[in-house]
Design a protein around this ligand. Structure first.
Ligand SMILES: [Cu+2]
Length: 355
């Protein structure tokens, strides 16, 4: 009998953490009632969550639809329901200072919300805008006496340059020659000349045309950005989709979506961006004439194919993965003709698992 009582006491102890959890404030996530494209998060009072105190919360998610999921992420938290599953799921989440986002991953464009917890960090300072390629400034001089030289040539890269020539000699001139440049002051001239030139990668020499011993040289390097001047869109046959589809430089499946994926959506669906000054380049099997760009709301350029903006899916881990295919009946791989591939991986038709 005593033994039984002990057993009951032990059971009671085990139940205690559950009881403690029930004391946590409850947040209620709700997504996709009637397959509608609606996602909400409400607090203990039933009102929409915009700000919470740091602490431990019980998150109860009612996922009504097998088109949608409920995904909450932020500092220390990353929980989600299955897109294809329905029902109620309970999570215990510890919220700390910062901003949290809830989203339906397949429809992150239009099904999303966010709230802050505690004292969120101040917004980041606006990005420092450096002029893209400020003209290099070179100071050239000749004379007085048998002297010639140019300052400011260390680490010089191709691009625009302003050269100020201090010609302090009536018997020598300053003559600069090299790729794309051939300028000189007059031998008898004394004074200052300013030249705006475009320097190219290569070797430049300067001299006095009156005295051959008075000379020198400097080298201009190619611009460092040249290595990233292209983004290649390639193609690969994908056996699970039975189609030859567009892939990124790294071989990852590229997808299109009808809407415009911005804000938190890009966490799940990173757009194929073009670095400044870069060009999209067609790889094997891809039509160069179908490649284009579209300017995103944040001002950056995204690569398009036959007018379709291209994205990667964060759930794809390796070349050949098509986990984003038919996501929410909204995201599709693209074939080399520029048409969305509507087949589901492993399924015969449109949607999940051949439904
Ligand atoms: Cu959805």
């Amino acid at each position: 009998m005593a033994r039984l009582c002990l057993a009951i006491a032990a059971l009671a102890l085990i139940v205690v953490p559950g009881a403690a959890r029930a004391d946590n404030p409850v947040l209620t996530g709700d997504v996709g009632a009637g397959d509608a494209f609606v996602i909400t998060l409400t607090g203990p009072g039933g009102t929409a969550v915009t700000h919470l105190d740091p602490g431990t919360y019980t998150l109860v998610v009612h996922d009504h639809s097998n088109l949608h999921d409920f995904h909450l992420f932020g500092p220390g938290v990353n929980v989600a329901t299955d897109v294809t599953g329905t029902g109620d799921t309970t999570f215990t989440v510890m919220l700390t200072d910062g901003t949290y986002t809830y989203v339906c991953d397949p429809h992150a464009t239009r099904m999303k919300g966010s709230f802050t917890v505690g004292t969120p960090p101040p917004p980041p300072p606006p990005p420092v805008t450096t002029p893209p390629s400020a003209a290099a400034k070179l100071a050239a001089r000749v004379g007085p006496g048998a002297k010639i030289g140019v300052g400011g040539t260390a680490g010089l890269t191709a691009g625009k340059a302003t050269i100020t020539v201090a010609d302090r000699s009536k018997t020598d001139n300053f003559h600069l020659a090299g790729p794309g440049v051939n300028r000189a002051t007059g031998v008898a001239f004394r004074g200052t000349a300013t030249w705006a030139v475009t320097l190219q990668a290569g070797r430049y020499t300067f001299r006095s045309d009156a005295h051959k011993t008075l000379h020198g040289a400097f080298t201009v390097a190619a611009r460092a950005t040249a290595a990233h001047a292209t983004v290649t869109v390639g193609s690969a046959h994908n056996s699970s989709l039975g189609a030859t589809i567009l892939v990124s430089q790294a071989g990852m499946t590229l997808y299109e979506e009808k809407g415009s994926c911005t804000g938190t959506c890009v966490t799940t669906w990173p757009p194929l961006l073009l670095p400044k000054g870069a060009k999209p380049l067609a790889g094997s099997g891809v039509s160069q004439s179908k490649l284009g760009t579209v300017r995103r709301p944040d001002g950056r350029l995204q690569v398009t194919y036959a007018g379709l903006p291209l994205y990667r899916y964060s759930g794809d881990r390796k070349p050949g993965d098509t986990k984003g295919q038919a996501f929410g009946k909204q995201w599709y791989a693209v074939d080399t003709a520029g048409k969305p591939v509507t087949k589901s991986p492993g399924g015969g038709g449109y949607g999940y698992g051949g439904r």
